[in-house]
Design a binder for this molecule. Structure first.
Ligand code: ADP
Length: 485
């Protein structure tokens, strides 16, 4: 499909009641292509009144959807998986256009994102419960699982499909209705997904999508309404804290996937080639715009120069360009604002004495491109040692002992992902346990898997997405006390 036909197939209204509809305000906003800085299309700009209408719809079908046989819910999810997979090239190109990542990575995200629909279609029919005889023999204890009720998902721009399906899949499998507030920079993928879901047989009202430039007001309208029962958020820790405070008003269930500052440790006994391959993935995949991205590359001093030289060679060979061009291996940053904040972190580090091995600045010309960069000798006070970079900048810091490396890795308020490389089995088992993170990759630069629980500790979040843990986030536990059998 060419770009014009593709954009014409994407609904540009709000997705409400199983169809595309304008905002009650009649307002729209523009979606940009970050590789050119030009407008791709405009979409409806939801207001609080639109949000209320979406919640009315979600509530009116909530009981019916909860009572829909799990097998039927599973079949709809599976049909949606098949439909997304059949349109994989369309979804991939759409993500490349609105978010910027290179096409092979967009294709990877389609496979990963669709897999949440298949995985949770399989989980929908395995929602268990349990029974037990009360120890005193006074009765039977029955434990059943019930959908939490209407949910709100707030998603970020860096994985426009997968961050939606990771929430929609388990919610629908559990029997919950859902309203998605996609990121304002990348609403198109979620709108196309909603249409695909409706075509796959999802009843109107079960899933709504509300793009908006006024996220705080639209989200507050929903969270202040006691009919909403859950909010699932992926985004920055700062916004997550605000949402947690707001969620306290109606005591909402919450799932929070927040920021990260993943340490990437390379020990002297690592396999160098494997560690460099892992670093390229953990750092440069998605242009470094991932909460799991290696934020602090900590390298034991015996292998540091060899590792830094090899990584620099690989990073310097990357081809910066529009994601749809075959030659490109890294696309643009999402916005000029984001690009400037990456540049400011690099400039601050360099002013403090860091050495630039390659890259270091913005790429001149159209679009929001930034040079893939390797920095080393970064002084302790530099902001890049503590803040989330969210861009293609590898920040390398040396350490001497295992204790020192682990202490550096854990010296952060975040605790999402951590990676380390060693060929020593004893060290592998020890360090995996010592790292304060919700997810640890051992000799691997990518860890996400729909069948595994994704989630952080400390200020990186609450709850897990994916795996058998993921559906539990959308289920309440009810205890039914029965008389003795
Ligand atoms: P990022 O830094 O990745 O853009 P944000 O946390 O700013 O992360 O945004 C993630 C999502 O949260 C987006 O969908 C955005 O619109 C939404 N968002 C931002 N601020 C608020 C807010 N005050 N209330 C509700 N949602 C918000």
């Amino acid at each position: 499909m060419n770009v014009t036909d593709l954009l014409n197939s994407v609904p540009t209204g709000l997705w409400q009641g199983g169809r595309s509809a304008p905002s009650e305000s009649g307002r729209t906003f523009e979606v940009l292509n970050p590789a050119t800085g030009r407008v791709l299309t405009s979409v409806a700009n939801a207001t609080p009144a639109d949000a209320r209408a979406a919640l009315d719809a979600a509530c009116s079908v909530a009981d019916e959807w909860a009572a829909t046989p799990p097998r039927r819910r599973a079949e709809i999810l599976r049909a949606a998986f098949d439909a997304v997979t059949a349109r994989a090239e369309d979804f991939a190109l759409l993500m490349t256009l609105e978010m910027g990542k290179v096409l092979p990575e967009s294709r990877g995200e389609v496979a990963y994102g669709a897999e949440f629909l298949r995985w949770f279609s399989e989980e929908a029919v395995r929602i268990g419960g349990r029974t037990a005889t009360a120890p005193a023999g006074t009765g039977e204890i029955a434990v059943v699982k019930e959908p939490v009720g209407p949910c709100l998902a707030i998603t970020p721009w860096n994985f426009p499909l997968a961050m939606g399906t990771r929430k929609i899949g388990p919610a629908l499998a559990a029997g919950c209705t859902m309203i998605v507030k996609p990121a304002e920079d990348t609403p198109l993928t979620m709108l196309l997904l909603a249409r695909v879901f409706t075509e796959a047989g999802l009843p109107p009202g079960v899933l709504s999508v509300l793009p908006t430039l006024d996220a705080p007001a639209v989200v507050a309208e929903l969270m202040n309404d006691s009919r909403l029962r859950k909010v699932s958020f992926t985004g920055s820790t700062a916004v997550g804290k605000k949402l947690l405070a707001q969620a306290s008003e109606n005591v909402l269930r919450t799932s929070m996937e927040l920021g990260g500052s993943a340490p990437f440790l390379v020990f002297d006994d690592a396999d160098l080639d494997r560690a460099v391959d892992g670093a390229m993935l953990a750092k440069m995949r998605n242009g470094g715009e991932a909460c799991t991205a290696a934020n602090r590359i900590l390298v034991q001093n015996g292998i540091r120069e060899a590792f830094t030289a090899a990584l620099t060679e690989r990073v310097a060979a990357m081809e910066v360009g529009p994601g749809w061009e075959d030659s490109s291996t890294i696309g643009p940053i999402i916005t000029e604002k984001q690009r400037s904040s990456i540049a400011a972190l690099v400039d601050d580090a360099v002013a403090a004495g860091a050495i630039v091995r390659t890259g270091g600045g913005k790429v001149d010309g159209a679009g929001f491109f930034f040079e893939p960069t390797v920095l080393e000798a970064i002084p302790d006070g530099a902001r890049i040692r503590r803040e989330e970079i969210f861009g293609p900048v590898a920040a390398i810091v040396g350490f001497d002992t295992e204790d020192e490396g682990v202490a550096l890795a854990n010296d952060t308020e975040y605790g999402l992902a951590a990676y380390f490389f060693t060929e020593n089995i004893g060290r592998a088992q020890r360090v995996a346990r010592r790292l304060q993170a919700g997810m640890v990759g051992v000799n691997r630069g990518v860890i996400s898997d729909p069948a595994a629980p994704f989630g952080g500790i400390k200020q990186s979040g609450l709850g897990s997405e994916g795996g058998s843990e993921g559906i539990a986030e959308y289920l309440n536990t009810k205890y039914i006390a029965l008389p003795p059998a």
